[in-house]
Design a protein around this ligand. Structure first.
Ligand code: HEM
Ligand code: FPP
Length: 305
């Protein structure tokens, strides 16, 4: 007993430190935004409020699996991450955390997430979440990222899945509406990522990763951001066109789209070296804004009834 009271306080800092390293593998901020998109998918799947237990367990399952996918990415990319300034301080890349522990953590999170969904939500939601996990952790990270500048376009399918996963968690089936929400994130991914890739182009070149600005140059990448930006704007209008969202959503997204395209235009013009990183950070607020507007419009319409 005396031993425990003496050793526990001294062991506490290293236990907290260990948890911080494990949480550092989870890309928590990215996963939180993904969960917001999944929650909007859940809300839009029903007229009223979706069942709270399904929402909580569904988000827990999708969140755990996404964190697991992110942890696999840290393990598989550790050598590339070590070369890039943005990522060199990551737990596995900097060798603060052993690969075996990170791998065990990635497996634990992934199995827990997918099992929870299969057991408490439904098998289709679990299967689609598992497919997204494989899509990001294996297909994107291990193959596409090293193979082609279209890596993030193809890999973007996995990142875009959360609204579909949320919808399926509630309804148990795939429908056109969540596929359309997925399309918004799919079109948004290139402007989101290539803006950062321009800002960190030297990093990617040093690591030998064939990101678009490295393989095709900055002017071509800036043009692609501008074009995919317009594609994103078009996809955000689709919910109104099919009658899923109304005027409130339209007004909000028109404002968001104007600002989004202003940033993309600044990137496309190429006169301002700070435009790409500004556009990257705005892209995140933009996506949250679009999904927030979908939610607001959905419940405003329900209240009006
Ligand atoms: C294949 C698709 C995607 C690629 C290649 C990509 C790439 C990136 C990269 C490289 C970063 C910087 C991360 C860092 O410095 O730690 C980042 C940040 C971020 N991404 Fe993405 N992303 C993708 C999809 C998504 C999706 C689908 C979402 C949300 C729905 C998202 C939300 C975010 C957020 C919130 C951040 C900021 C994280 C922070 O503040 O640390 N991304 N993304
Ligand atoms: C189940 C499910 C929905 C899975 C998706 C999981 C997930 C966390 C996707 C994140 C997308 C992302 C941040 C990609 C960047 O990877 P990168 O390797 O290009 O970026 P990095 O250099 O910052 O690691």
């Amino acid at each position: 007993m005396r031993n425990i009271t003496m050793t526990l306080p001294s062991a506490l800092p290293s236990m907290v430190w260990g948890w911080r390293e494990l949480l550092g593998l989870c890309k928590i901020k990215v996963v939180v935004v993904m969960l917001v998109c999944a929650a909007v998918g859940m809300a839009l799947a029903t007229q009223g409020l979706p069942p709270l237990t399904k929402v909580i367990i569904g988000l827990a399952g999708i969140g755990l699996a996404s964190c697991g996918a992110a942890a696999f990415n840290h393990v598989i990319d550790r050598h590339l991450d070590a070369v890039m300034t943005r990522t060199s301080r990551r737990p596995v890349a900097s060798k603060r955390l052993p690969v075996t522990i990170a791998l065990a953590w990635a497996c634990l999170l992934s199995v827990a997430g997918v099992t929870l969904l299969a057991w408490q939500v439904n098998v289709l939601a679990a299967a689609l979440t598992f497919a997204s996990l494989i899509g990001y952790a294996l297909i994107y990270t291990a193959f596409l990222k090293r193979a082609t500048p279209q890596n993030i376009v193809i890999g973007g399918v996995a990142g875009a899945a959360p609204p579909l996963l949320g919808w399926v968690a509630i309804t148990g089936q795939v429908s056109p509406e969540p596929l359309l929400l997925m399309l918004i994130i799919f079109a948004w991914t290139p402007p989101h990522f290539w803006a950062l890739a321009i800002h960190k182009c030297d990093d990617y070149a040093r690591a030998g990763i064939p990101m678009l600005p490295v393989t095709h140059g900055l002017p071509f990448t800036r043009l692609q951001i501008w074009l995919y930006g317009w594609l994103t704007v078009l996809t955000t209008l689709l919910p109104v066109m099919i009658g899923m969202s109304g005027v409130l959503y339209l007004v909000i997204v028109l404002g968001l789209n104007a600002r989004f395209m202003f940033w993309n235009w600044r990137v496309w013009r190429g006169h301002d070296a700070t435009a790409p990183i500004g556009a990257f950070w705005f892209s995140i607020r933009y996506l949250l804004g679009v999904f927030g507007a979908l939610l607001l419009d959905h419940y405003a319409a329900a209240l009006a009834w």
